[in-house]
Design a protein around this ligand. Structure first.
Ligand SMILES: Nc1ncnc2c1ncn2[C@@H]1O[C@H](COP(=O)(O)OP(=O)(O)OP(=O)(O)O)[C@@H](O)[C@H]1O
Ligand SMILES: [Mg+2]
Length: 849
């Protein structure tokens, strides 16, 4: 399809490129998206400094981090399926024949010589594989025997000395022909649970997996363990690989949900001829609508049970077992997985701790939306990767400021801070975004499209649709294992960001200061994405700046840091992404940088009404995790997944190491807020007219003033109580959250749940425990936003000003009039707006001074 230049520019901007770069590229190369991308990625862009992974980003040095150089024989092409690069090379060759970027490409790497065919069959060459008779009676007859054989497989194939207890449990469930749901932490070794059955029985294992990149990663690893495997995506497949798979030529078949549904008949034939040992559904949380990464195609996998059960296929003695595996499923999601997949009522749930003792969690406040924060927030990272940390520390800082000057995006965004910063009250903002979300993505502004997000990923995240991996010969094994001398390296970092644009901007910034960084988001060319993966695996990159599109299930040992730069959408997503760190068991850092001064908003995505409510609930849990100052972070995370961690703590998170803040007595404030809320409800339930609406014309404002909105209560307190006149809204918001958690107040409108409590109602418990006369101390830990609101140098006074206007009808009327005439008010520069050193302080802070 021919695109106009405007359309190409739009597409590039959607991918996360700067508009200026896109315009220049189109001007230079014409209306070809591919060429334009190539043009920008090769570094011709106006803003300079950014060289993504396709050009290897070696802005400081061309020396690779990996110690092993590829031998010359590596590229000779004489060995079949010998390497990842060979594999890719064949793709490139194909592409040269006229494939345009983004189209699925078929990977074929082996010829069909007789010798090679011999190497495929029989499927399982393990001398000690289990016979059907041995397995027939489940583990009762053979329990010690199968464990011995598994041990031998582990040692000989995987170089592992023993099974973990959850792996043993999952395997014995499978041996007993039962379905199994395996819930185990990221990096704990779930893959082995479905890989071993193939080697043990000589039958085939079919693994359903959500992404090509993940399937590829696993196949490559298997080939190193001398296990043949293939992957089948959903694009245009090479019939030969599919045919070979259906003829039992690979021990493990990785397949995406779309394709497995299409292949039911051939798979039934395969079950009859070779036997299928197991259907494994990896990343099974994708099945659930209530999970964080729902894929509608996963829901269709119930066809597996229907079509591979003994009652339907006479040659089967038992239903082919289903094993579903995930690291992030809440109790609700676990139930949904079992039901949706039509797993048996006797499904065994193998549950291990979600706790990862080597992950060090922390939360830091940052205005992440603004590029002006990068220099401060990434300085440590820059220092870490600078070659001569100590001597070059200062130099790098200078480079970073220099590059801010050169790359106009930094200061451009910084200038905008005051225009967008607290321009609208949070309720308005949330409503606005809620409407956007509910409009199914229609009518999004251009600005919003520019900030497009990766909320849903298709399976085909790379420019390969399928591939085969044969057992890698011994002599090649060593040279293809990427160098991972973790101790010698600083390790790798993944920075997760909410939007595509941020992924490009931050990668650009980091490259500008000399780091080997690359952007990764689903709209970048698939070829680039594959290259980033490869460079990441080969330790040629230091930092990958990615949206959620990167890394699910990828097993890379030396990821030392996961930075979330901006709020994640759920704790499930957060824990899944954080779990990509420290898979070698060594200490790894997981830092969440988030704007703690305002509640996060949902990213645009197509959701039903129910899903929207659920999405808000998940976001709200995430927000509360960020606001927490007193509980061990690992404890919050694992308890979120239903694990009992009550008496434990991690001892390494920021809360455990720094300790909680000093408790404060909020008795007076809690009583006061509760009284104001109760008074409102008494007034409105009585004969009196609804609450005065100040005669304002704007229907939305009218609606708010008639509802028990927190901001309204705050303004009433300010009106009535001189002592709290200057107390920041953030402080009250934090208190309201604490009161809600204690069950003193609750959301009035259950259908309209947002991230923060909005329309408040008193509860029975509040009535009992917040008596106005009661002056018994009520000690609480102030939350992160409350603490920030008390900082003297805090410059964000928008809420309190806004509150004043709300309280004073005259000010409010004038403000609204002004707004109607001129919708977006240009605010004064920050300096003039900042409060004096101690002008607006909460009373108990003032008394401390
Ligand atoms: N019994 C074991 N002993 C030692 N190491 C093991 C064992 N089982 C698996 N491993 C190793 O653990 C690492 C992680 O395995 P795997 O990729 O299967 O994790 P996972 O549980 O699937 O994680 P994710 O949830 O992120 O997909 C692998 O490198 C594997 O070799
Ligand atoms: Mg996995």
């Amino acid at each position: 399809m021919d695109l106009s230049s405007d359309q190409v520019v739009m597409k590039l901007v959607e991918m996360g490129f700067e508009k200026l770069d896109a315009l220049e590229a189109v001007k230079a190369v014409g209306n070809s998206c591919d060429d334009a991308v190539e043009y920008i990625l090769k570094g011709h862009q106006t803003t300079g400094g950014f060289k993504p992974a396709s050009s290897l980003c070696f802005t400081r040095s061309t020396k690779t981090l990996g110690k092993r150089a590829m031998p010359s024989s590596f590229s000779s092409g004489s060995k079949r399926q010998s390497s990842l690069l060979d594999h890719f090379r064949s793709v490139d060759q194909k592409k040269k024949k006229g494939d345009s970027f983004g189209n699925a490409v078929v990977v074929t790497v082996s010829d069909s010589s007789e010798e090679q065919r011999k190497s495929f069959a029989p499927v399982c060459l393990e001398s000690s594989f289990f016979t059907e008779t041995e397995l027939r009676n489940g583990c009762s007859e053979a329990s010690s025997t199968w464990e011995k054989r598994v041990m031998s497989i582990l040692r000989n194939r995987f170089g592992i000395s023993s099974l973990r207890s959850f792996q043993r449990e999952a395997l014995s469930t499978w041996i007993a022909h039962k379905d199994c749901l395996v819930l185990a932490a990221t990096g704990s070794g779930k893959s082995l649970c479905f890989q071993i059955p193939a080697i043990l029985t000589g039958k085939i294992v079919v693994v359903i997996s959500p992404l090509i990149s993940l399937m590829h990663d696993q196949c490559l690893k298997l080939s190193r363990h001398r296990i043949s495997a293939c992957f089948l995506g959903s694009g245009q497949l090479d019939n030969r690989i599919e045919e070979k798979a259906m003829q039992g030529m690979y021990q493990i078949i990785y397949v995406c949900p779309e394709t497995v549904v299409r292949l039911i008949k051939p798979l039934q034939k395969l079950a009859k001829t070779y036997g299928i040992a197991l259907f494994a559904i990896d990343e099974a949380h994708c099945v659930s609508k209530w999970g964080h990464d729902f894929r509608p195609q996963y829901r269709r996998l119930s066809v597996l049970r229907e079509n591979f059960c003994a009652s339907n296929l006479e040659f089967l003695e038992y239903d082919i077992p289903i094993m579903a595996l995930t690291a992030t499923a809440t109790v609700h999601v676990q139930k949904d997985i079992i039901e949706s997949l039509h797993m048996s009522k006797e499904t065994t749930t193998v549950l291990t701790s979600f706790f990862r003792p080597n992950l060090q969690f922390s939360v830091k406040h940052s205005r992440t939306k603004f590029a002006s924060s990068y220099a401060k927030d990434f300085q440590n990272l820059i220092d870490l990767y600078s070659e001569n940390k100590k001597s070059n520390g200062k130099k790098l800082a200078v480079i970073s400021r220099e590059s801010e000057k050169q790359t106009d995006f930094v200061y451009h965004d910084a200038e905008n801070i005051h225009e967008t910063d607290y321009d609208e009250d949070e309720e308005d903002q949330e409503d606005f975004l809620a409407k956007k979300n509910n409009s199914n993505g229609k009518g999004l502004s251009e600005e919003y499209l520019e900030d497009e997000t990766d909320t849903f990923q298709s399976v085909d995240d790379w420019d390969v649709a399928c591939g085969e991996f044969l057992e890698m010969p011994h002599e090649l094994l060593d040279m293809h294992i990427p160098s991972e001398k973790q101790k010698d390296l600083e390790g790798l970092t993944i920075i997760y960001v909410p939007t595509r644009k941020e992924s490009v901007n931050i990668a650009k910034y980091l490259c500008g200061v000399g780091l080997k960084a690359a952007a990764y988001n689903a709209s970048l060319p698939k070829k680039h994405l594959r290259q980033v993966h490869q460079d990441f695996h080969d330790n040629k990159l230091q930092v990958v700046v990615a949206t959620i599109a990167f890394g699910m299930g990828i097993d890379k040992k030396n990821v030392r840091k996961i930075i979330h730069y901006g709020w994640p959408q759920s704790l499930e997503a957060y824990y899944q992404e954080a779990g990509r760190a420290g898979r070698d068991g060594e200490l790894a850092e997981c830092v969440l940088y988030a704007d703690l001064l305002r509640a996060p908003t949902l990213l645009p995505s197509r959701r039903s009404k129910d899903q929207t409510a659920q999405a808000y609930k998940m976001l709200s849990d995430c927000f509360r995790y960020g606001m927490n100052t007193s509980q061990c972070r690992a404890k919050i995370l694992v308890e979120y997944f239903g694990e009992d961690f009550s008496s434990k703590k991690c001892n390494i998170c920021d809360v455990c190491t720094e300790g909680p803040p000093e408790q404060v007595n909020v008795r007076e404030e809690a009583n006061l807020l509760f009284q104001v809320i109760t008074a409102f409800h008494v007034e409105n339930n009585s004969e009196h007219a609804p609450y005065e609406d100040y005669g304002l014309g704007n229907s939305k404002q009218k609606k708010l003033s008639n509802k028990p909105n927190l901001m309204f209560f705050i303004s009433r307190i300010r009106e009535q109580c001189q002592k709290f006149k200057e107390t920041d809204c953030l402080w009250w918001k934090g208190l309201a959250r604490i009161m809600e958690a204690k069950g003193y107040i609750k959301e009035m409108d259950n259908k309209d749940i947002r991230v923060e409590i909005k329309f408040i109602q008193p509860t029975e418990r509040g009535n009992k425990e917040l008596d106005f006369q009661d002056d018994k101390p009520l000690y609480v830990y102030p939350e992160a936003d409350m603490l920030l609101s008390l900082k003297q140098d805090r410059t964000y006074s928008g809420f309190s000003d806004w509150g004043k206007g709300w309280a004073d009808p005259e000010i409010r009327r004038r403000r609204l009039e002004r707004r109607e005439k001129k919708p977006r008010r240009k605010k004064k520069p920050r300096k003039e707006r900042s409060r004096g050193p101690s002008s607006k302080l909460h009373p108990w802070r003032r008394s401390k001074e």
